[in-house]
Design a protein around this ligand. Sequence first.
Ligand code: 5BU
Length: 277
Amino acid sequence: MSSKSQLTYGARASTHPNPLARKLFQVAEAKKSNVTVSADVTSTKELLDLADQLGPYIAVIKTHIDILTDFGPQTIAGLQALAQKHNFLIFEDRKFIDIGNTVQKQYHGGTLRISEWAHIINCSILPGEGIVEALAQTAQAMDFPYGADRGLLILAEMTSKGSLATGPYTAASVDYARKYPSFVLGFVSTRSLGEVPATVAASADEDFVVFTTGVNLSSTGDKLGQQYQTPQSAVGRGADFIIAGRGIYAAPDPQEAARQYQQQGWEAYVARVGGAQ
Ligand code: 5BU
């Protein structure tokens, strides 16, 4: 595991070179939550209701904005107001995967205007290093206040059965993260990638943030190849933020479920940092 995984969120918030990573750790520390809820609902009302209901228990909301049937300016205004009200960050799980010229247009402008409201985005590095460079350029070129707090997670591994995001692909993810430290916050991966045999050497202050999807307390998978682990397992393997979708929003009482994931994720984190909270 990465040596920084043993440090508290507070310590990482005070030393991290990236402003958005600092903010992430500050939010986690302030709310005692490392939960990201994957709000995979299909209407703006459901999304905003969920965000308002679960807001107090989460650090980040993860969206798939293109699955909404009624996306519009009211979606974004609502989400931003709730992010302010409850102090959470917004992660659009768009998984950019194309040539640089195309992803720039998908990220900035277009119908979804992702760069204007998503603090965090992610991409696959299947197209090569250019995708990271292109997205970083777009974020940098944005006017304040947008450019100030935008970051990328590299999709280094996936949770689905038979995923091909392994081996050299995962190692290249680490290389690219090391080459663009001011824009790349870290990874979406199933574990800390500190031990992956990358070719670019780590810097002394390297502290990548690990988001782990596929977290569920009551299921081990679904019929379409999703594979789950528990909050304890994910945090034990290096997750700094645990991402749960159906385990929370499809529970009989989503608020109670969010509280439960918050508690378990936090206890696992406290255990990892040696009870130093
Ligand atoms: P679930 O309902 O907890 O299974 O939802 C998982 C979410 O995380 C869903 O939005 C997926 O698109 C997303 N996901 C994932 O499940 N596995 C991955 O490897 C990545 C994203 Br990357």
